[in-house]
Design a binder for this molecule. Structure first.
Ligand code: GTP
Ligand code: MG
Length: 197
């Protein structure tokens, strides 16, 4: 799929105020700093579309971007950022959970994981929560430019092994680097396939 247009639409803390209509949407979620906003910029080819930062906690709202006038990409705040304090974290958690549970247009959620890290409790628990609530999701390993091929394969094998301890089947897994613009075609084609099915 080719992206011909990508425009920012609206930012929200309240799922009820998100765009109306029945266009399908795809949201990016994961820990703060994992690279959600950067990935939106990379796949749309628009550098400043979603705001990014080297400091975690940059995205604090539900951000809708309309793609090719026909579907939405959604940038969400990251979870688990310690510096926010307990109340701040609770707030963000509520925004994310309400969005995921109530947004009927949400067609698939992409859970982003930093390929350099071993499986983190917070991500595993989050994916379990998605499973319990019947939310369709896929995994995107980010920042693959940071690892050599051997180490990358080793980490992915360890991660999938960990997942198979609690999941009978693995979700679809994609690999990306926003820095090196890798994984764009695969991700867009994957979205295209889900939209058509
Ligand atoms: P929050 O909005 O805080 O939840 O973070 P986020 O997940 O949106 O992360 P963001 O896209 O802002 O990126 C965080 C940092 O990681 C920035 O310094 C990016 O430049 C860097 N980064 C993102 N993707 C990649 C990547 O593929 N490779 C490398 N090397 N750095 C990346
Ligand atoms: Mg962000």
């Amino acid at each position: 799929m080719e992206i011909k247009s990508a425009e920012f639409v609206v930012s929200n803390t309240d799922v009820k105020k998100c765009p109306e209509g029945n266009k399908p949407e795809y949201a990016f979620i994961g820990r703060s700093n994992v690279g959600k906003s950067s990935l939106i910029n990379m796949i749309t080819g628009k550098k400043g579309l979603a705001m990014t930062s080297s400091k975690p906690g940059k995205t604090q709202l539900i951000n809708h971007f309309i793609i090719n006038d026909s579907w939405y990409l959604v940038d969400l705040p990251g979870y688990g950022y310690a510096q926010r304090g307990k109340e701040g974290r609770e707030n963000i958690r509520r925004i994310i959970e309400d969005y995921i549970l109530e947004r009927e247009q949400l067609t698939n959620l992409f859970v982003l994981l930093d390929c350099r890290l071993e499986a983190q409790k917070i991500d595993l628990e989050f994916m379990e929560w998605l499973g319990e609530n019947g939310i369709p999701f896929s995994i995107v390993f980010t920042k693959i430019d940071k690892l050599g091929g051997g180490k990358l394969r080793e980490n992915l094998n360890a991660y999938t092994k960990k997942l198979l301890e609690s999941w009978e089947e693995l979700p679809p897994i994609l690999l990306t680097s926003s820095e090196k613009k890798e994984g764009k075609e695969e991700l867009l084609n994957y979205i295209d396939e889900i939209t058509k099915s």
